[in-house]
Design a protein around this ligand. Structure first.
Ligand code: ZN
Length: 301
């Protein structure tokens, strides 16, 4: 079995910034058993997203990257967001399917892009439970542990939940046929992070020439809902990148815009690192100077 995630740790002193990319996994488990061709199933991925943010550790942030495909089990859904119609036998605890499940894209996706059925059979509830235990739980535990550690260290933590979106909404989306902005920031209508964090990112990317929309059509789902508690100085924001900025949506190959976007995301991270310096309670001690030896004279030399 492949590790469910990769954690890219800070390369120098850590800052209070954690990124996660729950949907960029490209490693397909043998027991997925999807019905449509792999190329169609892969349209669900946030292909390249973890790679596009790879400057994060060089700036002191942690980046957690899922390796499993989101269509197999979606780390950005709650455990109650299961479609009972997918299952051959009853789920052992009460379910609370959301609108995402109605759209066929709950915890386990019922539909591939374009509304094509993902399976030609019902899944045993034991299969779904195994996906939860092997992939969903370890991913959530890694993110929670990292966020808690930074919060303990700095008195606050800022989380970027990283995604990508098709350039135009498809039949299953809330905005079929509509062209999206380059960036969509989702803070669940201002409830999951301090407004200054959202504004800092929006202003920074607008300055680079990108269009930005807030909470439209994506407000943020399970991960920002779970981790965004501004009253506890825990800030969580979903950030969606329009796929045509950096790749061909059919072949998933990087396009001519990839390098520019990657460079601009590194600039955005540098801006955020500066922003956080003004927000955290504890600034790590400088590491450049050698420790000053204790002197009995009491003079600070
Ligand atoms: Zn995503």
């Amino acid at each position: 079995m492949s590790a469910p995630f990769v954690r890219h740790d800070p390369e120098g002193a850590a800052i209070a910034l954690v990124l996660d990319s729950p949907h960029s996994g490209e490693w397909y488990p043998d027991d997925f058993d999807h019905a449509p061709p792999r190329a169609l199933v892969r349209q669900a991925e946030d292909t390249h997203v973890a790679r596009l943010w790879r400057a994060a550790p060089t700036l002191g942030a942690t980046l957690i990257e899922a390796r499993f495909p989101r269509a197999y089990i979606d780390a950005n859904r709650s455990l109650a967001d299961i479609d009972p119609d997918l299952l051959a036998d009853p789920w052992p605890v009460p379910l609370s399917p959301s609108r995402k499940t109605q759209q066929g894209i709950g915890l386990v996706w019922r539909l591939a892009r374009g509304g094509v059925p993902m399976y030609s059979r019902k899944l045993a509830s034991s299969e779904v439970r195994e996906r939860v235990d092997r992939y969903w739980r370890p991913y959530h535990a890694a993110l929670t542990t990292t966020l808690d550690a930074r919060h303990g260290e700095f008195g606050g933590v800022w989380h970027l939940n990283c995604h990508s979106m098709p350039a135009v909404g498809d039949v299953l989306s809330d905005d079929p046929g509509h062209e999206r902005a380059d960036f969509v920031l989702g803070d669940r209508d201002g409830t999951t992070c301090e407004p200054e964090f959202t504004q800092c990112i929006a202003a920074s990317v607008r300055e680079m020439g990108y269009s930005v929309a807030l909470n439209d059509p994506y407000k943020g789902v399970e991960l920002v809902r779970k981790h965004g508690r501004p009253a506890e100085n825990r800030h969580s924001l979903q950030i969606e990148l329009k796929r045509t900025l950096y790749m061909d949506e059919q072949t998933l190959e990087p396009n001519a815009g990839y390098a520019r976007l990657e460079r601009d995301l590194a600039r955005l991270l540098a801006t955020l690192a500066n922003y956080l310096r003004s927000r955290v309670a504890v600034i790590p001690a400088p590491t450049l100077k050698a420790p000053v030896p204790h002197s009995g004279s009491g003079q600070n030399t």
